[in-house]
Design a protein around this ligand. Structure first.
Ligand SMILES: [Zn+2]
Length: 71
């Protein structure tokens, strides 16, 4: 369970007013799907991308990918 995301169920309102595709893989989000709001990047993710991202994140919700990028 990650605190970096808010999990929701896709509603028509979200799909119409915010987004109807995953912010990562651009798959369609459908009404009733579990969706995950990424509070670091302000986008909604599908379950698949959420799980992938969760594994890459440290305790500060930072994605650990490119080692040394910030040095
Ligand atoms: Zn996705």
């Amino acid at each position: 369970m990650s605190t970096c995301f808010v999990d929701q169920i896709a509603t028509p309102e979200i799909l119409l007013r915010v987004t109807n595709v995953c912010g990562e893989c651009y798959d369609d989000l459908l009404e009733g799907d579990p969706i995950y709001y990424d509070m670091q990047t302000y986008r909604y993710l599908c379950k698949k991308c959420y799980e992938i991202l969760c594994e890459k994140m440290n305790d500060d919700c930072e994605v650990i990918e490119e080692e040394g990028l910030f040095h």
